[in-house]
Write a protein that binds this ligand. Sequence first.
Ligand code: T6T
Length: 315
Amino acid sequence: LTAATVVAACGSGQVGQVGGSSTDNKKLVLIPGVQAEPFYISMQCGAQEEAKKLGYDLNTQAPQKFDPSLQTPIVTGVLASKPAAVLIAPTDDKAMASPMQQLKDAGIKVVEVDTSLQDKSIGLASISSDNEQGGRKAADTLAQLVGNKQGSVLVLNTIAGTSTTDARAKGFEDEIKKYPNLKYVGAQYTNNEPAQAAAKVSATLSSTPDLIGVFATNLNTGEGAATGLRNAGKVGQVNLVGFDASPNEVEDLKSGSFQALIAQDPASIGRKGVDAAVAAVQGKPVGPREVQTDLIAITQQNLQQNQKYLYRTSC
Ligand code: T6T
């Protein structure tokens, strides 16, 4: 039985295409974690550029919020459109396994970009920053900023079950132990809402008057934390280290609300994700299962020479 007869027997009518994985199928879909957000827009720009270069079409469909219950129906819709491959940032490291398994079962090549599942058997490759190392970099940067002073430090995290931000918090927690002058007071979750981050900063300033540093594990959390410090008149007194490099975060770095930003290279994640997906579609070796892209700590001092790391709001 040839592939074409299998397809004919299934009644798909698309000769040469089994489960969307034929080399004639040039459709790729990118499913980011959330729409209209500079990290994922920058990733999309890199992915689109690379897809065009390789002769593939890349369509992007993102949920309105970073939420598996909103991302799942997008995956289901994409499944019906039979692309050759899907690049996806799963919004939960367990809840997205079942919809992503359906893609795999349909013969669609799955590549994880940015976030990943705990189950490593579904994605063919996973392209992301070394997020644990990013968390350690944040701790070292914060410790350097604080110097010999003593005080408490807080982590503002997003949503438990997000592989990237969980890894950042872990890296930070491990590394901050090296600095006995800094007392780690734990992580609080913001649900990826800037307003919740601002409120948690205010509440912690009241409960922990010796607060000397905050690590915000992503863009929304960092933007909200900066607002919280401004509202409390604590800018500069509490060192704020953020993650990502959105235009708002960069403005807040220039004006001193942030002391440092750990920037990722989302366009490169998008490009490498497309390379892996296209290799898989063409039956070529996909490369390593885990691919890690650069991270850099940006401060006011080195901002000028690191412009290429700043995120975009359109392609
Ligand atoms: O930090 C990025 C991304 O790496 C993370 O997985 C989710 O949040 C961002 O998209 C920033 O909002």
